[in-house]
Design a protein around this ligand. Structure first.
Ligand code: HEM
Length: 400
């Protein structure tokens, strides 16, 4: 695998990519991973050595063929369905292999992780994924650039729905069962990421931003996105004094690790415990984030998708609340409003809401009403329509 990765790196102009790389020296050791061993190659120079050639071959057969494959794969939605007939052999073989859970997947832990979406943590997970991770993703430079210049960047509402459906299912016990969709959606997403690696380098816009890599969505990039979701949320739970039990926190990490595996991340990069995850977070998050025009625009599209264009008062309220949730550094990167009057209100109201949800006293609706209705609507819209939007291979980059 190492040799393949190195060959691919060189064959794809990796030397130039290395020259523009923004990540510091990779020091996180494979001994901290689920595999326990590995070549320790910097994941910024490793992509998906199994999926990428398969998807490259598919696109080589022409865009009509890709569209045909999308049609064949559309009815393939649940974990228990066989891989559909009619696919080229090389693609069917890949999907069959990629849909298998790793041998270390623990059904008990996956089921336990599913309890996260229930009453006690569900609201915070939703709040933090939407007004937290969703916004931070716009401050992750490469993610912002690749989303903006890929096909999905032109329709944020659709894109949000699809991405969130996957993130949500990771903590949904149902997602892993026979009738769930997580394994299928993850394999489809892995294929979409490989498709983006094929298509995006052809975009003059993407090449123009100088992302420091010629091929997007490296293994390091996927780890960064995971940390902006799972690890950041767990840090926030701790900061807000609502950290789950160790057993539940471990189950949460386990579910993420299984999903990252399905997304094509090598086991040598999957953190074996939270200490290892935090160490990896510290290594990759800082250099990956920063202000970009595209990220600030995406953050606004994200608000548009939920509250509609216009609505300046609501928008200002949400920007200010978002700033409280993600902190000034990330909020500055996406150019969110800073309101000296609202800021102290959020600083008092949010902890009150947290305390009310966290107490054994039955949930007090009036306290959660301290958050503007827009927040509830935001979360509802963000999390609801995903099921209807099938994950499909993009046929082009963002239309001009
Ligand atoms: C597509 C989830 C990491 C960029 C998708 C889709 C999902 C998803 C569900 C399919 C949505 C669709 O059909 O449009 C995830 C998860 C990640 C992750 C769970 C990591 C934990 C990344 C990273 C990048 C990225 C690191 C870039 C640096 C994209 C792009 C698309 C995509 C450009 C295609 C958008 C389009 O053209 O439609 N991702 N992703 N993703 N993802 Fe990711």
């Amino acid at each position: 695998m190492t040799n393949l990765s190195r060959r691919r790196l060189l064959a794809s102009g990796g030397a130039a990519a290395a020259a523009g790389a923004t990540f510091p020296l990779w020091t996180w050791a494979p001994s901290a991973s689920i595999a326990g061993v590995g070549d320790g190659l910097d994941p910024d120079y490793v992509w998906d050595v199994r999926a990428d050639p398969v998807i490259e071959r598919l696109y080589g057969e022409g865009i009509d063929k890709v569209a045909e494959i999308n049609e064949i794969l559309e009815p393939w939605t649940t974990n228990d369905q066989p891989v559909p007939d009619g696919l080229p052999g090389y693609l069917a073989d890949f999907i069959e292999e990629a849909r298998q859970l790793p041998t270390w997947a623990d059904q008990g832990k996956l089921k336990l992780a599913g309890t996260f979406n229930e009453e006690r943590y569900g609201f915070f997970l939703a709040l933090l994924y939407t007004l937290g991770s969703g916004l931070i993703s716009c401050a992750i430079k490469r993610e912002a650039w690749s989303v903006y210049y890929s096909y999905g960047g032109s329709d944020m509402r659709d894109r949000i729905a699809k991405t969130t459906a996957l993130g949500y299912d990771v903590m949904d016990a149902q997602g892993w069962t026979a009738s769930g969709r997580l394994m299928v959606d993850s394999v489809k997403t892995r294929m979409v990421h490989a498709a983006v690696r094929h298509l995006l380098p052809q975009s003059p816009h993407w090449r123009g931003v100088g992302a420091g890599q010629e091929i997007p969505i490296s293994q390091a990039d996927i780890l960064v996105t995971f940390h902006s979701l799972g690890t950041w949320v767990m840090k926030k739970f701790t900061e807000w004094d609502i950290a789950p039990s160790q057993e539940l926190a471990d189950a949460f990490l386990h579910a993420w690790n299984v999903d990252l595996y399905l997304l094509g991340v090598q086991e040598q990069y999957l953190p074996k415990d939270w200490d290892a995850a935090y160490a990896q977070y510290d290594q990759v998050m800082g250099p990956a984030t920063g202000a970009t025009r595209e990220g600030a625009e995406l953050a606004q599209s994200l608000l548009d998708a939920v509250i509609g264009e216009g609505n300046p008062v609501l928008r200002h309220e949400l920007e200010s609340l978002g700033r409280y949730v993600i902190g000034d550094a990330y909020a500055d990167m996406i150019d969110f409003d800073d309101d000296p009057v609202l800021a102290p209100i959020w600083a008092s109201a949010v902890p009150l809401v947290v305390t009310s949800y966290n107490s054994s006293v039955p949930h007090i609706p009036i306290v959660s009403n301290l958050l503007p209705e827009a927040v509830h609507t935001f979360i509802k819209i963000y999390f609801s329509p995903g099921r209807s939007a099938p994950i499909t291979l993009p046929l082009s980059n963002r239309p001009e």
